[in-house]
Design a protein around this ligand. Structure first.
Ligand code: ZN
Length: 387
C-alpha cells in the first residue's frame, strides 16, 4: 500500500505538542507516522492551514436542525424554549429528514469525523449509512445513533425498552453506524427505563447518554415535584403523580454508572459531590459540555474548571440548531476558550477530539494523530489553529 504525506503550517497531534510545518503520513486509511517539516520530501503541501484530528461532536440532534436561528432569545427560560421546540417541530411542513441531510453535510464540512446523534424513532438510517460510506478521509462521518427513549408511564417505558432492543440489534447488524440509547431526561423517563437501558448497555456493550442537571427547573421538579416543568408535562399529559422519579441528579448518575459507557449531557448544575462521583468513575463516564447552547440559555457559569481539576472526563457537543447558531464544533471550542480563560486552549481542543472519542468508546481509533489510528483529519484555516 502506498504511503502519502500531507504537510501543513501546523499539525496538532493532541497526543503531543503542535508541530510547525508538520507532516501526517497516511497508509491506506491509517496514520503511518507524524513528522517534522524537515523530512517532508514527497508530502503534499497544503499551505497555511492546520491539521487536527477529526473532531468529535459528542452531542447533536441533527433532526432539530431545520431552524435558521436558535429558538427564542438569549436567556430564554428553559421551559419556554421547550414549548417553542415542540410547537415548531410539530408544525406542518417541518422536514426532519432534510434537516438531518443538511446537518451531516455541515458537520463533514466543519471537520467532524464522529458524531453522537440523538434520534427519534423513524430516523433516516439511509443518510447515516451514506455518510459512513464516503471514501474521503476528511468528509466521512462515523455516527453513534442514540435512540431517544421517552417513558413517563410504566406502559410507555416498557414500549420504549422494546424499541431500544430492536435499535441495538439493527445497529449491531448494520455495522455502518453504532447503536446507542438515550433515556431523554429525568423529567421524561421513569427510573426503571434508565435502569433498563443501562442494563442492556452493560450486556451488549454500547454507550448511554442522558440529559442531566441541565436546568434549574429540572432540579426543582426532582426535588419538590413542582414548578414550570411540571406544568409543561401536565399540558402534554405526561405528568404522573407519584411517578418513578428520583430526587437528585446524583441518583441518576448512580444508575448511569451501571452502563458500559455513559455520557452525562450538559451537567450545567451538577453539585460538588456529583462532580466528585463522575471523577471517581472516569473509566466509564464522561460529561458533554455544549458551550454555545449553554451561553444561549445564560445558565450560571459552567463548572468546567472544577470538573477538569477533579479529573472528570469532558467532551464537547454542539447540541442542535434550536439552541446554537450552527453545527461548527470549532466555534464551540472558541466559545469555551473565551469563557474559561484559565483552562489552556490545548486542553479545550483536546475535549473536542480525544475527549469526545473517549466518551463514545472510540479512543483507540480516533481523537489524536498517532500511528495506527484512523486517518480522519480536520483541515482548518490557521485562525483556528488555537496556538
Ligand atoms: Zn440535547
Amino acid at each position: 500500500m502506498t504511503v502519502h504525506g500531507l504537510k501543513a503550517r501546523w499539525v496538532f497531534p493532541i497526543a503531543g505538542e503542535p508541530l510547525r510545518d508538520g507532516v501526517v503520513w497516511i497508509e491506506g486509511d491509517r496514520i503511518a507516522a507524524i513528522g517534522e517539516g524537515g523530512r517532508a520530501a514527497g508530502a503534499r503541501d497544503l499551505g497555511d492551514v492546520a491539521i487536527l484530528p477529526g473532531l468529535v461532536n459528542a452531542h447533536a440532534h441533527l433532526e432539530l436542525g431545520g431552524f435558521s436561528q436558535p429558538i427564542g432569545r438569549p436567556g430564554i427560560p428553559f421551559v419556554e424554549w421547550l414549548h417553542g421546540v415542540t410547537a415548531s417541530r410539530h408544525s406542518g411542513g417541518y422536514d426532519a429528514v432534510d434537516a438531518v441531510r443538511r446537518g451531516l453535510a455541515e458537520s463533514g464540512a466543519a471537520g467532524v469525523a464522529a458524531l453522537a446523534e440523538i434520534a427519534q424513532p423513524g430516523w433516516p438510517e439511509q443518510l447515516f449509512r451514506q455518510a459512513a460510506d464516503r471514501s474521503s478521509a476528511t468528509a466521512r462521518i462515523d455516527a453513534t445513533v442514540f435512540l431517544e427513549l421517552i417513558g413517563p408511564t410504566a406502559e410507555r417505558a416498557a414500549e420504549a425498552l422494546r424499541l431500544a432492543e430492536r435499535h441495538i440489534d439493527q445497529g449491531q447488524r448494520a455495522g455502518s453506524w453504532r447503536p446507542a440509547l438515550s433515556p431523554h431526561a429525568p423529567y421524561s423517563v421513569r427510573a426503571q427505563l434508565v435502569e433498563g437501558a443501562c442494563r442492556l448497555s452493560a450486556e451488549r456493550r454500547f454507550p448511554v447518554a442522558m440529559h442531566l442537571a441541565e436546568s434549574r427547573e429540572e432540579l426543582q421538579l426532582l426535588e419538590t415535584g413542582t414548578g414550570p416543568l411540571r406544568e409543561f408535562l401536565e399540558n402534554l399529559g405526561a405528568w404522573t403523580a407519584g411517578a418513578d422519579r428520583r430526587r437528585r441528579p446524583l441518583d441518576y448518575l448512580e444508575m448511569l454508572a451501571a452502563a458500559d459507557r455513559a455520557l452525562v449531557v450538559h451537567g450545567n448544575y451538577l453539585a460538588r459531590d456529583e462532580i466528585a462521583f463522575l471523577a471517581d468513575r472516569r473509566e466509564t463516564m464522561a460529561v458533554v459540555y455544549c458551550p454555545r447552547t449553554h451561553a444561549w440559555f445564560q445558565h450560571t457559569a459552567y463548572p468546567l474548571e472544577a470538573m477538569l481539576a477533579s479529573g472528570v472526563r469532558v467532551a464537547l457537543g454542539t447540541d442542535s440548531r434550536a439552541s446554537s447558531p450552527n453545527l461548527n464544533l470549532l466555534e464551540d471550542v472558541r466559545c469555551a476558550i473565551q469563557r474559561h480563560p484559565s483552562v489552556p486552549k490545548s486542553k479545550i481542543l483536546e475535549l473536542a477530539t480525544l475527549g469526545g472519542a473517549w466518551a463514545l468508546g472510540l479512543e483507540a481509533e480516533l481523537g489524536t494523530l498517532e500511528p495506527g489510528k484512523r486517518a480522519r483529519l480536520a483541515i482548518v484555516p490557521l485562525d483556528w489553529a488555537l496556538l
